[in-house]
Design a protein around this ligand. Structure first.
Ligand code: GLC
Length: 431
C-alpha cells in the first residue's frame, strides 16, 4: 500500500497523518475506539452511496483516529433520490440551526446553496490547495468567485458493455448510437442477452442526466450559451429524445421498464448477465467485479457513451462535493474533518471501495487504482471533460420541468410537443 501511496506522490508523513484508512487505526498505534466523552461532536449528512463499503465505514475510521472530534453520521436517501436528498438538506439548512455541520451536496446544488448563504465560503481554509484538484471541479465548487464547496468525487455518465458478448458477435465497442443499436439487436437476436441497452428513464434527476448527455451527443444543449433560454425544443434535442423513445418502441433494444428505472434497478440486470450495454456511473465497475453482486466478473468493459453521426460523445457531469454549514457552531472541527475526508488517502479509499472517482489528479494516477479499476485512468478525459447540467441557483425548478417534460415525451411519444411545453416552462424560470 505504501508503494501505491508513494506512486501517487504522497509523502510518508502525509500518509500517516491523513490516514487511519489505508492501514487500520490499530496498525497506526491509535486506540481502536477512542472515548467519545470530551470530544467535539459534529454532524455529517450525506446521501447513501452504494459500494463494496459505505460512507459510514470512513466516518468510523475517522472517529477511531481521533481524540478531539467525534462525527455523527446522518445517512440520507441514495443519490438516485437526488430530489429527495435535496429536500431533506434544504429543510435543515434553511432552519439555520447549524445542523448538519458538514454535508455532501450534488454538484447541481452548489450555486443554490451558495447564493442562499447556507454554504460557508471555504477560501480561507482550503483556498491555497485548489491547485491539487482538477480545475473543472474547482470551477464547479466556486460560485460568484468564492469556493463554497470542497471537491470530493467526480461522476460522469459512461457506457458499460459486455466484452465477451461483443467478442462473440465480432463487434467493436460502438462509437455511434447507430452502431450500438446494430450490435445490441444482433446480440438480442442471437439470444445471448435479454436486453440490448439499459438506461434510466424514471422521472427523476437521473433522467435529466441521460438527456443532457444524449442531447449533447447530437450537438444540442439544454440551455443556450448565455444560460437565458431553453434549447430543449431544438432539432438536436428532439432528435436525441426521439432516439431514446425508439429504443423502447422501435428498435426495441431497451425494455419499457427503463421508464421506471433509476440507477440500481438498471444496474442489476446488467451485473446479473442479462444485458449487452448499460449507461450508468462509475460505481458500477467495482460491483461488476464483485463476485457477490455480479455474474459478469472480468467480462465488463467501460467506454465513452456513443454519439450521433457528426456529433461527439458527451457525458453528463455528476458528483458530490463537501460543504460546511454557514451556521455551524463547530467550524474548526468541521474543517478538520473535511481536511481528512478530502485527503489523497481518503479519496483513494473511496475510489477502491466505492468506485467514486477522485477529484485529485495525483490519486487518479495511483497504481493501485489503475490496477483495480483500469477504466478510470483510460477514461480520465470523460471524467474531466463532462458536460455540466445548467448552473443556476434555480436549478431545482429547471430540473423539475425537465424531469416531467422529458418523461411525458418518452411515455406519449409526442416528443416535439412535450419538449416545446417544457421549454416554455424552463424559459419562464431562467429568462
Ligand atoms: C449521481 C450523480 C449526481 C446525479 C445523480 C442522479 O449520483 O453523481 O450528480 O444528480 O446521480 O441520480
Amino acid at each position: 500500500m505504501s508503494d501505491d501511496v508513494k506512486g501517487a506522490g504522497f509523502s510518508r508523513r502525509e500518509f500517516v497523518v491523513g490516514a487511519g484508512i489505508a492501514a487500520s487505526a490499530a496498525a497506526l498505534g491509535l486506540p481502536r475506539r477512542a472515548r467519545a466523552a470530551g470530544r467535539t461532536e459534529i454532524t455529517f449528512a450525506s446521501a447513501k452511496f452504494t459500494g463494496v463499503k459505505g460512507i459510514g465505514d470512513v466516518v468510523e475510521l475517522f472517529n477511531q483516529s481521533q481524540d478531539k472530534i467525534h462525527v455523527k453520521f446522518i445517512e440520507l436517501p441514495p443519490p438516485s433520490s437526488s430530489t429527495e436528498v435535496h429536500q431533506a438538506l434544504v429543510q435543515q439548512l434553511a432552519r439555520k440551526t447549524g445542523s448538519p455541520d458538514v454535508f455532501t451536496q450534488d454538484v447541481i446544488w452548489i450555486a443554490e446553496f451558495a447564493s442562499a448563504g447556507w454554504a460557508l465560503p471555504l477560501d480561507e481554509y482550503f483556498g491555497k490547495e485548489t491547485g491539487d484538484y482538477f480545475s473543472g471541479t474547482i470551477d464547479a465548487c466556486t460560485f460568484n468567485g468564492k469556493l463554497t464547496a470542497l471537491p470530493w468525487a467526480i461522476d460522469s455518465g459512461m457506457l458499460f458493455y459486455r466484452k465477451d458478448l461483443l467478442d462473440e458477435a465480432g463487434a467493436k465497442v460502438p462509437e455511434t448510437w447507430d452502431e450500438l443499436v446494430a450490435t445490441a439487436s444482433e446480440i438480442q437476436k442471437a439470444g445471448k442477452a435479454k436486453f440490448g441497452y439499459l438506461w434510466q428513464g424514471k422521472q427523476a434527476e437521473v433522467l435529466v442526466c441521460n438527456a443532457v448527455s444524449i442531447i449533447g451527443s447530437n450537438g444540442g444543449s439544454i440551455l443556450s450559451a448565455d444560460g437565458k433560454s431553453s434549447m430543449l425544443a431544438d432539432d438536436a434535442a428532439v432528435g436525441a429524445i426521439q432516439f431514446l423513445y425508439d429504443t423502447i418502441n422501435t428498435t426495441k433494444i431497451s425494455p419499457s421498464n427503463v421508464l421506471s428505472w433509476d440507477e440500481e434497478p438498471s444496474r442489476m440486470p446488467f451485473t446479473g448477465g442479462e444485458a449487452a450495454f448499460l449507461r450508468n456511473w462509475s460505481y458500477v465497475y467495482s460491483l461488476a467485479q464483485d463476485a457477490k453482486a455480479s455474474k459478469v466478473v472480468d467480462k465488463v468493459g467501460v467506454a465513452p457513451l456513443p454519439h450521433f453521426a457528426g456529433g461527439k460523445s458527451s457525458a453528463c457531469l455528476g458528483g458530490y462535493q463537501y460543504g460546511v454549514n454557514a451556521n455551524s457552531k463547530n467550524r474548526e472541527a468541521a474543517v478538520e474533518f473535511l481536511t481528512w475526508m478530502s485527503s489523497p488517502e481518503t479519496q483513494l479509499w473511496y475510489a477502491l471501495n466505492m468506485g467514486l472517482a477522485p477529484t485529485r489528479p495525483a490519486v487518479f494516477a495511483a497504481p493501485k487504482l489503475t490496477a483495480a479499476q483500469p477504466f478510470m485512468a483510460t477514461l480520465k478525459d470523460v471524467f474531466t471533460g463532462a458536460t455540466p447540467r445548467p448552473i443556476t441557483p434555480k436549478y431545482p425548478q429547471v430540473s423539475l420541468a425537465l424531469q416531467s417534460g422529458i418523461s411525458r415525451a418518452l411515455v406519449t411519444g409526442k416528443v416535439k410537443e412535450e419538449l416545446t411545453a417544457a421549454s416554455e416552462k424552463i424559459n419562464a424560470v431562467v429568462a
